[in-house]
Ligand binder design. Sequence first.
Ligand code: G6P
Ligand code: ZN
Length: 561
Amino acid sequence: MTKLEIKIIETKPFDGQKPGTSGLRKKVTEVMNGNYLGNFVQSIFNVLPKDKLKGSTLVVGGDGRYYNKQAIQLIFQIAAANGVGKILVGQNGLLSTPAISAIVRARQALGAIILTASHNPGGPKGDFGIKYNQSNGGPAPESITNAIYKETTTITQIHSAENVNVSDLYTLQSHEWEGFTVEVIDSVSDYLTLLKSVFDFPSIKKFATDPTKNFRFNFDAMSGVTGVYGKRIFSDELGFPESCLINCIPSEDFNGGHPDPNLTYAPELVRKMNNGEFDMGCASDGDGDRNMILGNRFFLNPSDSVALIAANYQAIPYFRNGLKGLARSMPTSAALERVATDLKVPFFEVPTGWKFFGNLMDADTLSICGEESFGTGSDHIREKDGIWAIVCWLQILAFNNTTSLEEIVKKHWSKYGRNYYSRYDYEEIDTKPAEEMMKHVSAQINSQELVGKKFVGIQDNVTYEVAKCDDFEYKDPIDKSISSHQGLRIIFTDGSRIIFRLSGTGSTGATVRVYFDKYETKQDQLNNNVQIHLKSLIHIALEEISKLKQYTGRDEPNVIT
Ligand code: G6P
Ligand code: ZN
């Protein structure tokens, strides 16, 4: 068997290799610079304990974006030289983030290196991303990512097995060197096996293919990795015709698109749904962890989606023994906690970022969770899971024997009340004015001058009185770690909320997010237009509290959800 030819490459640190909310995300042009990527990969291995690394198994794959192929070969070489025993790599380098989480868990791997910038655009001028997940299948905690960052600031050497190269990532086979194997695995199998244990596939198939129902379904993979999964799962397994699947060929630049499933970046799907062409339409982001779900001329807000999945848990075999707990990120609407109260299960409010759910799941206190940012998931893995969310909704429709999502959601609102909810995104703002605006709001919070302040709504003439405001801080109930400065919250006496946050995932300038949440129980007020219903709250946030326009010069948000 061929021996590994290990070389030591002298190197110097690069600035700015600090992983954000979901790993390191940078422009491809920056990543292609000399040892930039090699430094980061070596820094990951420098942090992992040597004894655990020796002979370990790692999973490697990504969303198929530009430069992933080169990165994969580099990871093989550095992993081999650092004692890794085996790498499981997805066919053609493709693995969705949830599938990687499933594979790490199923094969008891040490961890995974995931190559994705999620929903950010790709291509030579687009973004590249890399993150490390641990043996529970979830993103590494801050203690690890900070340690990796520290390594990047002092790194002097990269260890690389230069004779490792796998040119054929298509054929499912093993490639061996002395003490090191690369196994090319099917991108879908392990994940599909898991989903089959979570859901009742035969009942969904029966519903999907019942000619008397004529259920019309559409799935948009946005030219990301889930095209591969969509075909196998929706078409081969669940019986939908292939014509239901759009943009299902993974592309290095997502066909020039922005692979973020929301109302702005999935226009083709949104148009079809608004025309009433389908009963259910859904989309997933570049790496397959996000989801957007639409009904016939009906938008399912992600905050409602997680609340409804929880309320309908009995439809899903995986949850038939009950729920351990429910959780949402702080800016997500409060709809989920009404369900938690009703079902009498523990409820958690965590900062933005999926990693915060992982500890709760590992401690067996959390079953279903979600974020307003089109992320929904459960403890079947340790990442959010776009396809899982879509199959949840298929299962809920099948269980309720209806093709109308809207009908199910409206029934839910009339029982629990409705949280009118919207998010405004102001992307690519200069960092300075964005920070100044946040300072302006946080000054009013720190001094507590907002508490007791009354605003009269321009739309509804209602008086909104501030009950509480803070800079959200979270103490992890499991490991007791504290995360501060997780978003500025203003809570009114009627439970309405306004939240200001700076995005942790952008790669250019700053993105300001403003979130609006207003609870309504009056039966004749449950079907209003969201923007109109929230108009007063939006005005208070933008004009009275933050003076966003003055600071940033922005009249309108780029994206409204
Ligand atoms: C990623 C994380 C999510 C998080 C989102 C927030 O997608 O995986 O858990 O909600 O980023 O992004 P933001 O840009 O709002 O920081
Ligand atoms: Zn993603």
